[in-house]
Design a protein around this ligand. Sequence first.
Ligand SMILES: C[S@@+](CC[C@H](N)C(=O)[O-])C[C@H]1O[C@@H](n2cnc3c(N)ncnc32)[C@H](O)[C@@H]1O
Length: 305
Amino acid sequence: MTTWTIKKLLDWMSQYFTDNKIDSPRLSAEILLSDLLAMKRMELYINFDREVTPDELTQLRELVKRAINHEPICYLTGHAQFYSMEFEVDKNTLIPRPETEMLVEKAIDHLRKRSGNDHILDLCTGSGCIAAAIGKNYPDCEIVATDISQDALEIAQKNIEKYELTDRINLLCGDLYEPIISEFDGKKFDIITTNPPYITDSEYESLDKNVRDYEPKHALIAGVDGLDIYKRIIEDVDKFLSSDGILLMEIGYRQGDAIRELLEKSGCFEEIKIDKDFSNNDRVVSAFRIAQEKSEGELFEELND
Ligand SMILES: C[S@@+](CC[C@H](N)C(=O)[O-])C[C@H]1O[C@@H](n2cnc3c(N)ncnc32)[C@H](O)[C@@H]1O
């Protein structure tokens, strides 16, 4: 009978994944095997000769089968890395993407330039990765995070519990701002962050199989031009973003001009800026709400902070 050591399995899986056109075959093999054996990836290398038990082999065989059907490795392990943190994910949550870390970075930079306790609204929170990364790295803030999917929010809840953020992050289920109206009528936020669905109907058809067949469609798709959700966010933003507050949104790489136009047309914003990601594509929009005379309600809220 063949004896399977860690080294032998890694070599075999890497080759099998390469033959089946799986992205980053060696890395995928290492992630799957280290997760199954409850080891760090590094530990695989110092335990190259360790034999894998028949029980572990049976479990691995199932995972490899799913991987070659292009199921994302993060769904197989149940977690994803984001902003040097580990987030639980499942088929109800989008897998956090490295590009989205830019949005978190911008929010934290902005917070560090201010003083006092800031109130943040994260729309379309999914796994809660944006809210949790901001909350973990900037303690002086309170965050409300909303999503239309109760299943996604159950995962977000586990993530904020893991990072002990439940007293500063409030998760609410509903359509964009709708849960804010019912829970805190009239509340305004210093920062609104969002990574909403922004794929066009036609782009959806040409997405990689591992995205199209596995990640939740309602987390990706946003109408013919991919702008449906942005239009709704911008249309009502003045009711929820405080005077001189900032809106930070991730956008699709071809949406920069259209989003700028929507923001300009709203008449609510100044200093509209679009930052590029590491592939030199438009990725994060920041826009400051034009300062308004503060209402009595807002002045009262500030006094209470
Ligand atoms: C692109 S995913 C982003 C998830 C997470 N913020 C991230 O960056 O990984 C978009 C999220 O928007 C949610 N969503 C879609 N339509 C929504 C709506 N009308 N109101 C609130 N959330 C919505 C989806 O359930 C999904 O979790």
